[in-house]
Write a protein that binds this ligand. Structure first.
Ligand SMILES: [Zn+2]
Length: 440
């Protein structure tokens, strides 16, 4: 669950997400009004005021919808904590009950050939932890999403997707585990540096293949060919020096009611994808605003900067590992029957330490992402010149995100600017470009 979500988050920078397909099913309980009308205070008049316009947009959201999406989003804060604590408990169980050592012994009985041994261990580890975490996964990804009207799958297809995710993790995680344990065994002093480099290269490799080989496992990805949608997007792309000849559509409505678009891939596989919920529910102005934002990620090299940043974070994490592993193994290594850092049975301890590290740096990661999202917002406003479409998008996003958090709350938990701040940024742009806006 979280691993797949995490993978997806790392790979693509998902942007404006929104809501249910109005055509395929009745409106979900959380569905925001499809704001097509620009409120009077936000009309391009000589008396235009960005704050008043922002408040007028926010006033269009019914109080019960705000309460509902606030509850969903704030519940997410607790989910971060429960996921973390649950993961810690699972790792400690595997270590204290020596299940990890048993899995290592079993893998050794299958083969002594190290890479295959590592893979056999990984297979057991992945299946066992998936089963142990399943109650939390099914609550978080299935029941909770349904409760808030964000999920579209019945249990059968949902379990099917979980199995596919397990398969992807088996192959990709197994490959990474074989590489990393190989490095630890060969380079006992400097493994942490090479481990960080190889992990980053692996991330680049996965980013490269994801749009072509991984996303299609879960969804149908097609070339978008409706000229009404594609032509303005490609025109905006040409105007901003983006060599795109295609825009892609993904049938995200198979799993979710959220609207979204993203830039994914790396080098030759880099592409912009819109999801079908966005195409169905958003106005043309909103789609252009969203596309302007996505192109911002592209032009501002956010994927490359993200990779650089993840290299820094990965090096930091790996640099803490030798010390933390030595410290823990000296105390409990014998009890857990772990022979050293090159022993595959050490994996739950590594996962435990890495999850503490990730938990602690969550606000830093969120702030980095949020800063890039803000940059993409600014680029998108300039490129699309659709401040009202942008405000509509921000409101649609409010179906699953809190619109008006406090500043500290936003700093810690938000990986995108809050809805209120995004609408305000759009209205601030509009205030300075009233002449452009009156022509629409
Ligand atoms: Zn974005």
């Amino acid at each position: 669950m979280t691993s797949r979500t995490g993978l997806a988050t790392a790979l693509c920078c998902a942007i404006l997400l929104c809501a249910p397909s109005a055509l395929a099913q009745p409106p979900a309980a959380n569905q925001m009004p499809s704001v097509i009308q620009v409120p009077a205070e936000a009309q391009a008049t000589p008396h235009f005021d960005a704050t008043a316009a922002t408040n007028a947009y926010l006033a269009q959201i019914p109080a019960d919808k705000t309460a509902r999406s606030d509850a969903y989003f704030e519940g997410g804060y607790w989910m971060i904590l429960w996921d973390f604590l649950y993961g810690i408990v699972v790792a400690l169980l595997l270590l204290h009950l020596r299940w990890s050592a048993h899995m290592r012994d079993l893998a050794e009985r299958v083969t002594r050939f190290k890479p295959v041994h590592t893979f056999v261990y990984w297979m057991q580890y992945l299946v066992l932890t998936t089963i142990l975490v399943f109650p939390l996964t099914v609550y978080e990804d299935y029941f909770r999403e349904h409760k808030y009207g964000l999920a579209t799958q019945t249990l059968g297809p949902w379990v099917g997707d979980q199995m596919k995710g397990l398969g992807v993790n088996l192959v990709l995680g197994g490959l990474l585990a074989m590489l990393l344990f190989g490095i630890v065994r060969r380079l006992p002093r400097t493994w942490w540096i090479w481990g960080a480099v190889v992990t980053t290269l692996f991330l680049i490799f996965v980013s490269l293949i994801a749009p072509v080989f991984i996303f299609p496992i879960f969804n149908k990805v097609t070339r978008l060919d409706d000229p009404k949608v594609v032509d303005p997007i490609l025109s905006m792309a040409r105007a901003n020096g983006i060599p795109a000849t295609n825009v892609y559509e993904i049938d995200a409505s198979r799993q979710t009611t959220r609207m979204s678009a993203n830039v994914s891939g790396f080098a030759n596989t880099m592409r912009i994808t819109l999801n079908d919920n966005l195409l169905r529910r958003a106005s043309p102005e909103e789609i252009q605003a969203v596309m302007g934002h996505e192109m911002g990620h592209y032009v501002l090299n956010h994927i490359y900067k993200g990779i650089m940043f993840s290299l820094i974070v990965t090096v930091l994490a790996f640099a803490c590992l030798p010390w933390a592993l030595d410290w823990a193994l000296q105390r409990w290594g014998e009890k857990w029957q772990i022979r050293g850092v090159g022993d595959t049975a050490v994996l739950p301890l590594v996962v435990l330490l890495v999850s503490i590290f990730s938990f602690v740096i969550t606000p830093v990661m969120n702030t980095l992402t949020r800063t890039q999202e803000y940059e993409a917002d600014m680029f998108g406003l300039n490129a699309s010149r659709q401040p009202d479409g942008f405000a509509q998008g921000a409101i649609h996003l409010g179906e699953y995100r809190k619109m008006s958090p406090g500043p500290i709350e936003e700093w810690i938990f938000f990986d995108h600017p809050s809805g209120r701040n995004r609408i305000y940024a759009a209205m601030r742009w509009k205030a300075e470009n009233l002449k452009l806006c009156t022509s629409h």
